[in-house]
Structures are given as structure tokens and as C-alpha cells.
Design a protein around this ligand. Sequence first.
Ligand code: PGA
Length: 238
Amino acid sequence: MLIAGNWKMFKGAHEARQFATTIRHLPERLAEVDVVVCPPYPSLEATIAGLGESGVRVYAQSVHWELEGAFTGEVSAPMLLEIGVKGTLVGHSERRQHFGETNETVRLRAEAALEAGLEVIACVGETAEQREADETQDVLKRQVSVLPVHDRLVIAYEPVWAIGTGLTATPELAQEAHAFVKSLHDAPVLYGGSVKPENAASLLEQKDVDGALVGGASLDALDFEAICQAGQAAATSA
Ligand code: PGA
């Protein structure tokens, strides 16, 4: 059971360090849950410092595919590894929607990150228009088919219409999409999109839901802990 918090463009270094000290105890109490947080780049080191010896792992939110070079605004896998970052998100829908990320660049980022030794959560998911046009399976096929098979790769199914909107996929709809993604690729699949303490248990209890990628609710320590606890409960009852 993996619960990952995506902080997006929230929590500067000072706030991130303080927050890290409040969540660092989580793995001691939740043995069945792998806890990950994804701070913005300038807060990575402060988060790692605040976590100390905690088992909470720190991931970046994206990574470039080259080791170094003239790529203004980008960060490479060796730079992340050097400061103790363990993994990275790739292909988040906000990167696809606002920053020109394509299935091809997602593939390049995922492959380079895995090759360098990082863990990867690769995000996939359909928009509202694609779901309405009955294109969900085709979209997922195209997004998943570019992802490498690797034991450090995890997929996050995040229907774009559920991200930050308060509209969560029903547990049945999430289960159906997860089963489909798993029929395409042999990797654990996290659910993402308005996961909150109130809906986490019903989502995480689904057979093919292996964890959650949490945005908004991961910014609050009590909410994030409650979701991690739901993960622990689902993992122990499975
Ligand atoms: P949300 O974001 O939980 O705020 O909907 C999820 C995500 O974007 O990963």
C-alpha cells in the first residue's frame, strides 16, 4: 500500500521542513503503508532534513531525461539522487495540460529516471471530454503503452475530471479503470483525484487499488495521516 502526497506548487522550504517534522512518525505506526511526499524542487532538501531518519520517502514532481545540459528550468535525475531524493512523479496531468508534456516525453522521463535509479510514479488518466466521448480505454492504452516495465515503476490512475474538483471516481469506476490498466501493464496502480479522509477507505478497499496519489488533502497533516490510516486498514483487512 503506497500513499503519496503531491504538494504541487505549495509549501516553500520553511513550511516544508516544519510539515516534515509533523509527519515523520507515520511509518512507525503504519507498517503496511509506504509513505511518499512530493515537494516542489526548492523544498526537497528541507523536507528531507525535516524527515530525518523517518521512513517517509521524498520524490520530485518531474525530472528531465538528460543527465545535464542546456535545458533551462529542468532538473536531472543525478541532481535529485545527490540530495537524497528517492523517486519522482512523471506525466502528471497538470504537466500534460499546461506544460506540453506528451506521451513521448513521459516515456523519456520515466526511462531516464528508472535507469538512474529513481523510483517512478507515472500518471495517466482521461479528461471529462474523453470519458464522455467513450475514449477512456483508448486514452489509457496510449498513455500506458509507452511506460517501461520495471520493478520501480508504479502507475497512478488519475481521471483528470476528478483532480482538484471534489468529484471523486466512485470506487466501482476506479476499480474498473484499475483493472483495465493492470490488463495493459504489470505494475501497482494508485488512484488519484480528490482523495480525502472521507472517501479513502472505500477507494483503497478495491481489489486493484494499490494506494493513492493525494493532492489537496496531503497538504494538511491530519488529513494526510487519516488517509494513510485508511491505507493501513485496507492493507491489513485484504
Ligand atoms: P487532488 O490532486 O487530490 O487535489 O485532486 C491529485 C493529484 O493531482 O495528484
